[in-house]
Design a protein around this ligand. Sequence first.
Ligand SMILES: [Fe+2]
Length: 301
Amino acid sequence: MEVTTDELRMLIKEGKKLGLTEDFFFKGMLLVSKAKVLTQKDVDRLDNMTNRKIDIKMTEETDSLVSPKVKKAMNHEILNHLKNHIYYNKLKDDKRDEVGRIIDNLFPHSDYPSYALQHIYGFSKKLYTHSIHVAIIALIIDLTWQKEHNNGLIDSMRLENILFGALLHDVGYLTIDKKYWAGKRMDKDFQDPNLRSHPSRGYELLIRDQGKHCFNPEVLNIVHHHEERVDQSGFPTGLSETKIGSSSQIVGLANEFEHLLNNELTYSVSYLEMCRYFMSRKSAYNKNCLDILCEEFKGLD
Ligand SMILES: [Fe+2]
């Protein structure tokens, strides 16, 4: 595909691994090889030498985290979850297309979600299923949230960050004993420091690899802040509403909703029960996000 140098800078900043389709020569000298994964410095060089659009391709990452076979199987598995998801199937065509496109786009851009989900699956199938359900619910809420806040426009990058962040939101559990994840959320003691630390642990896991994977700050914030609540009752920090990004608020709400449905997205919880549950905790959530959730999922009955 052909892009301007500004577009190329943006793509690299987003963590895309890109290369040139042809070697770039200047006065007979090889300036940038097509075998190289492009950096911002390369773009600066190209910028000085050409005004034309640049033909680029996704690179084959030599230090791939996950084998192409596993990645393909994982991708297939996630798409299967998506296609069999009752709420996804209830979406109107345009929303369903948008969600499908975001899912399709995420995995070719980054090895990390497949890599992390593979480990989450090995740790607990229940946590793996939970992570995928939360991601789908969060995308559904955000599609409406964005239409209301962006003059009807959809920012695909934001949706992709929400999908990425929601899939990995509980990755911190991988660093603590399995018993903290097992069981129902309502029976857990969230004063336990191990449980309270899982968002920070997840954040630290990602930060450790930040140099290699260039995670978008929004993805990091979602993992770190998905248990924060707007009335400062959340953890690990007890942030106030203005300090919790809207993407993190949406993933936090989707997380709670998924737990409410007892990890089985069936109709076992009625719409009335869901509303009662959230009304009793309404100060913990952004009102607009809560209204969208109630509206989007009123088909529970
Ligand atoms: Fe969590």
